[in-house]
Design a binder for this molecule. Structure first.
Ligand code: HEC
Length: 80
């Protein structure tokens, strides 16, 4: 029984960790971190970020994100 609880606790812990890490960070880290990527692509506003995600060549990868998800990320990136 103890073991089972320990496993459940671990799953919950790891699960929250992933959720807290931000929706974009799971793929965008290191060289592909969003702050570097947006600079390299000249994305300097939230509108451009939305545009890149909706109409860009990588739109398919970002389909599951809502506008609100992207806007939340804009705040993190300090985009207007
Ligand atoms: C499933 C993995 C994944 C997630 C999650 C993800 N991306 Fe991406 N994204 C990619 C890949 C792969 C590329 C292509 C990288 C490259 O061109 O080197 C990319 C490219 C981009 C680009 C450049 C677009 C272009 O036109 O070249 C932007 C901006 C971007 N992502 C923003 C985001 C934002 C904002 C989020 C969170 C809302 C996000 N991504 C979440 C995988 C992901």
């Amino acid at each position: 029984m103890r073991k089972l609880l320990a496993v459940l606790g671990l799953v919950a812990f790891v699960g929250t960790g992933v959720a807290m890490a931000g929706k974009c960070d799971s793929c965008h880290k290191g060289d592909k971190a969003l702050d570097k990527l947006t600079k390299a692509k000249g994305i300097d506003s939230c509108e451009k970020l939305l545009d890149a995600l909706r109409k860009g060549p990588k739109a398919g990868l970002h389909k599951k994100f809502t506008d609100d998800d992207v806007k939340a990320e804009c705040k993190v990136l300090n985009l207007k």
